[in-house]
Design a protein around this ligand. Structure first.
Ligand code: HC1
Ligand code: SF4
Length: 573
């Protein structure tokens, strides 16, 4: 421990803290802007400056280690004035069109300006004009909103291990973007959106599909159905004031119904289908000497990552389409046939915690009979905006349920949204098949939790199945390097592109740094899914009655010819 004086009072704090952390632990708040714990600790914006006795210049507290005997002042005229100056300079050339900004009311620049009491801007900068990169299906970048905090650069480089974004040019012309000012569409960006959820302002946002959904809903010639991904229910409530980690499945269903969709279905149902197909594929590979380890293929950011960076390992990927696309393919075949609807008239909308899903649905091979599996993919955030625009009072909604046919799901389908969930869901089914029993224990706790790479050996009916689970693409890369070097003897691997899995996807509600610094969103949102799983009577995909019906009435066996045609795909080097 060290003792120091902050604002005239003596404190003893652990010696490994920064001044910012020390102050906050003793209840003295210091404003920050670029700082994001563990991700961006660079002292770039200088909003967190403090006065330290003996030092001439003000110091950025987020990168300043505490020292024995230090005397710190966080609230002098000089400090307040410096912070104001800094923010005013940022505002001087910021595109301050707050009323039309996608991040209005959820903007950290707006908040800090308000907290510092900035009422006019003493500097007249050359205000930047909107400058968009909107060439991709997933992400829109507006450099006129960027404040050069570096959070997106750090998230892409240090969290995801990718490094698409960097600082370009110098001085007044400094911007952030891919090298050579290339579009994100031309860079090997995986569209995970991890840059977006850490952006404090409106410089990075999803490409909105809201207008297309509204138009489809108005079009009387269309039959518009919706599917909602596992992780959406774990976070949507945050947009309406619910505590982080609240499961809002019932209200989500009612909100979707009120928005006017003809049927409200659930991607969880398709996750159960995925387990049938993927589990069978794994058993086949184990039996017939197929390519091992087999790796999951449901996270489109992850699929892009392996396509760009490890094309030599593509044979390891499961041939399964993602649940999102399995759902779409079955909606335009199974559902259409059973209900006598022309698939051309069906519009499939998906609500996803993900920005990469918007690009996934455009892949030409993810189609059936010339129709794309999924027509429009919107994020959890966009759904929240639609609910608000429709003036639906979310907190007052009754608890509803999803529609039968493609809406009933097992606990296994729910946990897909958290890292380790796909693996656990698969093990529940594979273990029953290999033992020929209805096993009672369905909790594979070794694959739960937010450790970066989890490994386990599960003995099933006398066979040791070696598994691994990785989330975020840095960890994915570590496992792939092992496979490439011939040092991995796993049978099955789950990989999700986002840290924590889909619950922390790039399309989820954006929490500001002051929340992210103290709450682990990955863990809290995952709890919402595991508790729903525990509450379900049916917790194994193959026990879901609607899944049995799908195979009995339509697909025959998992991995049948028809299943292959509709539900499997291929990848590109
Ligand atoms: Fe996911 Fe998936 S779990 S990829 O993380 O396999 O997005 O939630 O919908 O498709 O089911 C995302 C979540 C989601 C798919 C499923
Ligand atoms: Fe990097 Fe992901 Fe952002 Fe692309 S979407 S720039 S890969 S963090």
């Amino acid at each position: 421990n060290v003792s120091l004086i902050i604002n005239g009072a003596n404190y003893e704090v652990p010696s490994n803290l920064t001044v910012l952390e020390a102050a906050r632990t003793v209840g003295i708040d210091i404003p920050t802007l670029c700082f994001l714990k563990d991700i961006n600790e660079v002292g770039a914006c200088r909003v967190c400056v403090v006065e330290v006795e003996g030092a001439r210049a003000l110091q950025a507290s987020c990168v300043l280690p505490v020292r024995e005997g230090m005397v710190v002042n966080t609230n002098t005229g000089r400090v307040r004035n410096a912070r104001k100056n800094t923010v005013e300079l940022l505002l001087a050339n910021h595109n301050r069109e707050c009323t039309t900004c996608v991040r209005s009311k959820n903007c950290e620049l707006q908040s800090v300006s308000e907290e510092l009491g900035i009422r006019d801007i003493r500097f007249e900068g050359a205000k930047r004009e909107p400058k968009f990169d909107d060439a991709s299906y997933s992400i829109v970048r507006d450099s006129s909103k960027c404040i050069l905090c570096g959070r997106c650069v750090s998230a892409c480089k240090n969290v995801q291990g990718i490094g698409i974004l960097d600082f370009l040019n110098r001085g007044f012309d400094t911007t952030v973007g891919p090298a050579f000012e290339m579009s994100m569409n031309d860079a090997p960006c995986i569209y995970c959106g991890q840059c977006m959820v850490v952006c404090p302002v409106g410089a990075l946002s999803e490409k909105s599909g809201i207008d297309r959904v509204w138009s489809a809903l108005e079009d009387k010639s269309k039959h518009v159905i919706v599917q909602s991904a596992p992780a959406v229910r774990a976070a949507l409530g945050e947009e309406f004031g619910y505590e982080i980690g609240t499961n809002v499945t019932g209200k989500l269903a009612t909100a979707l119904r009120k928005l006017g969709f003809a049927k409200i279905f659930d991607t969880n149902w398709a996750a159960d289908v995925t387990i049938m197909e993927e589990g069978t594929e794994l058993l086949g590979r184990l039996k017939n000497g197929g390519k091992l380890p087999m790796i999951t293929s449901c996270s489109p950011g992850w699929v892009r990552y392996i396509e760009f960076n490890y094309p030599d390992l593509l044979e390891h990927l499961s041939s399964c389409k993602s649940p999102q696309n399995m759902f779409g393919a079955l909606a335009k075949s199974y559902y259409a046939e059973k209900h006598g609807i022309d698939p051309k008239d069906i519009v499939v909308v998906s609500v996803m915690p993900c920005t990469s899903k918007k690009s996934e649905i455009e892949r030409p091979e993810l189609s059936v009979n010339g129709l794309q599996d999924v027509d429009i993919s919107i994020t959890t955030r966009e759904l929240a905006r639609m609910i608000k625009e429709a003036r639906i009072e979310f907190d007052k909604l009754e608890e509803g349920t999803f529609d039968a046919f493609m809406g009933d799901y097992s606990g296994a389908g729910v946990i897909f949204g958290a890292t380790g969930g796909v693996m656990e869901a698969a093990l529940r089914t594979v273990a029953d098949v290999l033992t020929g029993q209805d096993l009672e224990n369905v909790d594979y706790t070794a694959v739960r939790g937010i450790e970066g790479i989890k490994e386990a050996t599960v003995n099933i009916a006398g066979t040791d199945v070696k598994i691994a689970v990785a989330h975020n693409t840095t960890n994915a890369g570590i496992l792939l390097d092992k496979i490439r070097a011939g040092e991995a003897d796993y049978h099955f691997i789950e990989i999700m592109a986002c840290p924590g899995g889909c619950v922390n996807g790039g399309g989820q509600p954006i929490q500001p740094a002051n929340v992210r610094n103290v709450i682990d969103l990955r863990a809290e949102r995952a709890k919402a899914l595991y508790s729903e799983d525990a509450s379900k009577a049916v917790r194994k995909s193959h026990k879901n009655p609607e899944i049995k019906k799908l195979y009995d009435e339509y697909l025959g066996e998992p991995n049948s010819h028809k299943a292959h045609e509709l539900l499997h795909t291929h990848y590109y080097a």
